[in-house]
Write a protein that binds this ligand. Structure first.
Ligand SMILES: [Zn+2]
Length: 315
């Protein structure tokens, strides 16, 4: 089930109730997954063969995924022990391009969080989406070096929120680096949309003059105050990829955003989907990916992977 926020926005006369929000969170794959075991987390390597994205961000998989390197110009891949650093080549390329731009203009490193598991699929924790190799989390806090990045993030709590405690404005941690990062990502042609806290969206709406077209891709959401979530469009090589519902017209800075900042919208949602509820049905195409032969690894990658596995046991 997929419900677009556009269909629930105040501008359409369909106010987003808390019940509708719960459904929307699940449908958009932004409701955190509750920790259930999943076979996808047991697979340590991508499948061999051509890359294909199959299904949707919240019920899909990826064949022939590519691994994000640990570091590159302008970025560091953090929390590698989670083994969630795989994606479609366009996602790997996107991260490399954003890193180079950030390095050139701001001189800092982007901390890259979860992409997908080696073959995508449902994760045992943290995400309902990130399933088909097109999603990535980028942190707002930047680092001066890979060593600093790992000290900041690996086996550590999340870095500070960019939103004030009342949830209505940005915090003292928000600044030009964060703004530059969001704008750079939103301008990238492969980005379908990105999700940020509503207070951050409002700050960007209020501080943008001139071209406002890119604001449309910046979607307000709950949480997402220390990191933001980027989603790419379906790649041309993957006809089985389920495209996202088109974004509504406009910059998204009007009544829809106002609703996200109401007390009703900012209330924490206590009810979560039952972990004992029905598991999503894995398509036959994804079943085949799940059981396919693994891609051969270089020896250095094998060594690195074993280290990651050991660390994940300690986490
Ligand atoms: Zn995410």
């Amino acid at each position: 089930m997929r419900i677009a926020l556009a269909t629930l926005s105040p501008s359409d006369g369909h106010w987003l109730t808390r019940a509708a929000l719960l459904v929307a969170l699940v449908g958009l794959g932004l409701f955190p997954c509750g920790g259930a075991a999943t076979p996808w987390g047991e697979v340590r390597l991508p499948s061999a063969g051509a890359t294909r994205v199959i299904g949707s961000v919240s019920n899909g998989c990826i064949a022939g995924a590519q691994m994000l390197p640990e570091t590159g110009t302008g970025f560091v891949s953090i929390r590698r022990y989670r083994n969630r650093y795989y994606g479609h080549p366009t996602l790997i390329q996107f991260i490399a391009e954003i890193g180079r731009t950030q390095q050139r203009h701001r001189g800092m490193l982007i901390l890259v969080g979860d992409l997908s598991q080696p073959r995508g699929g449902l994760m045992s924790s943290s995400h309902r989406s990130h399933q088909n190799g097109l999603d990535v989390d980028l942190w707002f806090t930047l680092a001066a070096s890979p060593v600093e990045a790992r000290q900041l993030m690996d086996n550590q709590p999340d870095p500070p929120s960019m939103v004030s405690p009342d949830g209505l404005s940005v915090s003292q941690h928000w600044g030009a680096d964060q703004r530059f990062l969001i704008e750079t990502v939103a301008h990238h042609p492969l980005v379908d949309r990105l999700f940020v806290n509503a207070a951050i969206k409002r700050e960007i709406c209020q501080s943008t003059h001139g071209d406002r077209g890119w604001l449309r891709k910046v979607r307000p959401w709950k949480g997402h105050d220390a990191h933001f979530h980027v989603r790419l469009v379906c790649p041309a090589d993957s006809p089985q990829c389920d495209a996202q519902t088109p974004l509504p017209p406009g910059d998204g800075c009007g009544s829809e955003l106002d609703w996200w900042l109401t007390p009703e919208a900012r209330q924490p949602i206590r009810k979560k989907p039952s972990p004992s509820g029905p598991e999503p049905v894995i398509s036959s195409a994804c079943q085949a990916v799940l059981h396919d032969a693994p891609t051969p690894l270089e020896s250095t990658d094998s060594q690195h992977l074993r280290t990651d596995v050991k660390r994940s046991i300690l986490d």
